[in-house]
Design a protein around this ligand. Structure first.
Ligand code: GRF
Length: 216
C-alpha cells in the first residue's frame, strides 16, 4: 500500500523485450509487490514487451519518438500519456531514451531505472562488452532514482554476479538479467509499500538512510 492506502499504480516504460517488465508483472500477480502495472508504454511500437503487457491484460501503448520533432515535444506527449494512468511510480525497464530535465523534474522521487552495471562503474551503453574488455572479476545491475545526472541518480539496490573466463557478452547478459529480475521487483515492492523515498539526494528506507544499512 502507498502512504495514501491504495495499491501502487505502476507505469512501465520500455523499448524492447521487456523481461524486466515480465518480472514486475509476475511479482505483482504473486503479491510480492503491493501494486499493479496499470500501463506499459514503448517508444518502439514493435517492442515485444507490449505483447507481454497485452497477454497480461495490461493497457499497452506504442508512442514512437519518430513522430515527434524534438525530445521536448516527445517527452511532453509521453508525460501527457503517463498522466492518463494516474501513476504513483514510473519504472524505466530498458527504456532506451534520454529524458529531458523537465520530464525528470516532474517525476522526481517516483521515477526509477535499472542499469546493467555496478554503478558508478560503467554508466552508458555496452556495459557487458566494456566489463569483459577490462577483465573485471564481477559485474551486476543497479536500481536507482532517476535524476538529471544520466545513470548517476541515488542508488537503491545493487546485485552482483561473478565473471568466469568462459563468459561472453551473451552469457553475461543472461547473468545480469537474472540479477535484474531479482532486484527490480524488490526495489519496487519497497516503494509500493511506502517504505522507500528520495529525500533531497538521499535514499530513505523505513525513515533511515539506505546507505547506512549496507544494502547497496
Ligand atoms: C536491461 O538489461 C536493463 O538493465 C537495460 O536494458 C535491458 C532491458 O532488458 N537498461 P529487458 O527489455 O527488460 O529484457
Amino acid at each position: 500500500m502507498t502512504e495514501t492506502g491504495h495499491a501502487c499504480r505502476i507505469v512501465v516504460l520500455i523499448s524492447g523485450s521487456g523481461s524486466n517488465l515480465q518480472a514486475i508483472i509476475d511479482a505483482c500477480r504473486e503479491e510480492r509487490i503491493p501494486g499493479t502495472v496499470v500501463g506499459v508504454i514503448s517508444n518502439e511500437p514493435s517492442a515485444y514487451g507490449l505483447t507481454r503487457a497485452l497477454q497480461a491484460n495490461i493497457v499497452a501503448v506504442g508512442l514512437s519518438h519518430r513522430d515527434y520533432d524534438s525530445r521536448k515535444t516527445y517527452d511532453e506527449a509521453l508525460a501527457d500519456l503517463i498522466e492518463t494512468f494516474s501513476p504513483d511510480l514510473i519504472v524505466l525497464a530498458g527504456f532506451m531514451r534520454i529524458l529531458t530535465p523537465a520530464f525528470v523534474k516532474k517525476y522526481e522521487g517516483r521515477l526509477i531505472n535499472i542499469h546493467p552495471s555496478l554503478l558508478p562503474d560503467y554508466p552508458g551503453l555496452n556495459t557487458h562488452q566494456r566489463v569483459l574488455a577490462d577483465r573485471r572479476a564481477s559485474h551486476g545491475a543497479t536500481v536507482h532514482f532517476v535524476t538529471e545526472d544520466l545513470d548517476g541518480g541515488p542508488i537503491i539496490i545493487q546485485g552482483k554476479t561473478s565473471i568466469v573466463p568462459s563468459d561472453t557478452e551473451g552469457t553475461l547478459a543472461q547473468k545480469v538479467h537474472a540479477v535484474e529480475h531479482e532486484i527490480y521487483p524488490k526495489a519496487i515492492a519497497w516503494f509500493a509499500s511506502g517504505r522507500l523515498s528520495l529525500e533531497g539526494n538521499q535514499v530513505m528506507l523505513d525513515d533511515g538512510l539506505l546507505s547506512d544499512r549496507g544494502l547497496t
